[in-house]
Design a protein around this ligand. Structure first.
Ligand SMILES: [Zn+2]
Length: 442
C-alpha cells in the first residue's frame, strides 16, 4: 500500500534505555521508527508522529538489540558433543566431526537454528566465524539477523577442502563483493596463532590490508594455547605474534584471557577490541580475563557467547551476568564493572568492535531501529528501580517479548516471524544423529 507518511511505527509508554554516551534513560518514552528503518524521534511523553502502527510497551524496558561479538553459529550442530573436557580435547573431538558432517546445507541449518535462538533471546547482530560463510549470510538474509562474517583460515584443509592458493583466491573474491548497507568493510578470520604459522599469518595480514578488512581471531584463550604459541613462535605471546605479523591493528580478539601487562598495552596501542566470552571460559576452565586492567588501559571490551559447542547456549544475558559477577569476585570489590558498563559491553561496545557504532548499538535519532522490548509483567523484573541494574542482574531470554531489526519486527509476542521454528528444530535434530554417528568409534 502506498503511503505518504514518514513514520512506520511508534513505540509508546516505554522505559527507554538508550545506551547513549551519558546512559540516558527515558521514562514513559516514545520511539518513532521511520519507514526507512531508522529512528526518527525519541523522547519523553507523547511525541508527534504519523505512524499507523502504535505499540504500547506497557512501561517495559526498551533497549538496543544485543550484539554477540564472538560466535560460531553453525556449531549448534555439535552442541553438547564435547563437555567436561579441556579445550584441546574438545577440539580433537569436534574438528574431525566437522569434516565428516559439514556441507553447505548442514551449515545453513545449524546457523538458522542459531539465528532463531539468537533472535528469540534479543541478539540482533552477530560476529560469526565459521566455515562456508555464504550459508550463514543466506540465513542472515532470510532471518534478517545482522551478521558479520569472513572466511576462516586454518593450516589444514578443514571442512572446506581447498589448497592455500585457491583459498586466497576465494577470499579475495569474497572481499571484493559489496558487504551490506551499513558500510562494513568485510572480515578475514584466521583461527588463531596456534593453528597458523607466521608466514600464513603475514599473508592474511597483507590481504586484510589490501581490502581494508577487519580481522576476527582467537587469542590467549587457555594456558595450553599460550604454551603452544610460545613453542611455535619463539617464545612470543599470541598478542605479540599478531602485532609482529601486522594483524593486531585490525583485530577483534576473541577471549583475551591470558594477557601480560605488555599484551594489554599492545592491544590498547593498536586500538584492538577484546571480546569477553565468560560462559565458554568458565565452562572450559580457561581462566578469568583481566577486564578491569583492560578497561583501565582504555581497551574496548565487547561480549560474546562463543560457539554453541563450547558455550553451550547463545545467551548474552548470561554473559552479562557472569562477566560482572566474576570480575567483582576476583577484585574482591562489588563496585567494579557496574551495571552501566556491562550493558554497554553487550550493545554499543559490540558495535564499536564491529566499527558499526555509527549505525547500531544505541537508541538515538538517525541510527537503525534495532531494539528489544522486555516483558512489562515479568515477576523477576519487578520492581525495577534502576533498569541498568535490572538488565545486568535479572533479565533472562524469557523476558524478551518483541525484537525489531532495521525497523521491522522479527520477533513478536515471543514468536520469530522470519524462521520456521518447527522445521529448523527438526532438521538440526536429524543432523545431530549424523553427528553422533560420525564420532562413534572415535
Ligand atoms: Zn570461538
Amino acid at each position: 500500500m502506498a503511503t505518504t507518511s514518514a513514520d512506520r511505527i511508534a513505540i509508546v509508554n516505554a522505559q527507554i534505555v538508550t545506551v547513549d554516551k551519558t546512559a540516558t534513560v527515558i521514562d514513559n518514552g516514545t520511539i518513532v521508527v521511520k519507514h526507512d528503518g531508522s529512528i526518527g524521534k525519541i523522547g519523553a511523553g507523547r511525541i508527534d508522529h504519523d505512524a499507523t502502527e502504535v505499540v504500547d510497551a506497557g512501561g517495559a524496558i526498551v533497549m538496543p538489540g544485543l550484539i554477540n561479538a564472538h560466535t560460531h553459529l553453525g556449531m549448534t550442530l555439535f552442541r553438547g558433543l564435547g563437555d567436561d573436557m579441556s579445550l584441546e580435547a574438545f577440539l580433537a573431538r569436534l574438528m574431525p566431526a566437522e569434516i565428516r558432517v559439514l556441507d553447505y546445507d548442514a551449515v545453513h541449518s545449524g546457523t538458522e537454528l542459531a539465528a532463531l535462538e539468537s533472535l528469540l533471546g534479543g541478539i540482533t547482530t552477530s560476529l560469526d566465524m565459521y566455515y562456508m560463510p555464504d550459508a550463514a549470510l543466506k540465513v542472515a538474509e532470510s532471518s534478517r539477523m545482522r551478521l558479520q562474517t569472513g572466511t576462516t583460515f586454518l593450516e589444514s584443509d578443514g571442512p572446506e577442502p581447498m589448497k592455500w592458493p585457491d583459498r586466497l583466491a576465494w577470499v579475495s573474491k569474497w572481499l571484493e563483493q559489496p558487504r551490506d548497507n551499513m558500510g562494513s568493510t568485510g572480515w578475514v578470520a584466521p583461527h588463531s596463532t596456534y593453528l597458523l604459522g607466521e608466514d600464513h599469518l603475514r599473508v592474511i595480514a597483507e590481504l586484510a590490508a589490501r581490502y581494508e578488512a577487519r580481522v576476527h581471531v582467537h587469542a590467549a584463550e587457555t594456558v595450553g594455547e599460550m604454551k603452544l604459541v610460545a613453542d611455535r613462535h619463539g617464545g612470543r605471546t599470541p598478542i605479540q605474534v599478531l602485532r609482529d605479523t601486522g594483524l593486531l591493528g585490525r583485530a577483534v580478539l576473541a577471549h583475551g584471557v591470558h594477557l601480560t601487562d605488555d599484551d594489554i598495552k599492545l592491544i590498547a596501542d593498536a586500538s584492538a577490541s577484546v571480546v569477553h566470552c565468560p560462559a565458554s571460559n568458565f565452562k572450559l576452565a580457561s581462566g578469568i580475563a583481566r577486564l578491569i586492567d583492560l578497561q583501565e588501559a582504555g581497551v574496548n571490551i565487547a561480549l560474546g557467547t562463543d560457539g554453541p559447542a563450547s558455550g553451550n547456549d547463545i545467551d548474552l544475558w548470561i554473559a552479562i551476568r557472569l562477566a560482572g559477577y566474576m570480575q567483582k569476585t576476583m577484585a574482591a570489590n562489588p563496585e567494579v564493572l557496574p551495571a552501566r558498563d556491562l550493558v554497554r559491553m553487550a550493545t554499543i561496545n559490540g558495535a564499536k568492535a564491529l566499527q558499526l557504532d555509527h549505525v547500531i548499538g544505541s537508541l538515538e535519532v538517525g541510527k537503525r531501529a534495532d531494539l528489544i522490548m522486555l516483558d512489562p509483567d515479568s515477576p523477576s523484573l519487578t520492581p525495577n528501580f534502576d533498569p541498568h541494574t535490572t538488565i545486568a542482574t535479572s533479565v533472562t531470554r524469557a523476558d524478551v517479548v518483541n525484537v525489531m531489526i532495521d525497523g521491522e519486527f522479527v520477533v513478536r509476542d515471543r514468536e520469530c516471524l522470519t524462521i520456521d521454528k518447527q522445521q529448523v528444530v527438526r532438521k538440526v535434530a536429524a543432523l545431530g544423529k549424523r553427528v553422533l554417528a560420525s564420532v562413534d568409534g572415535d
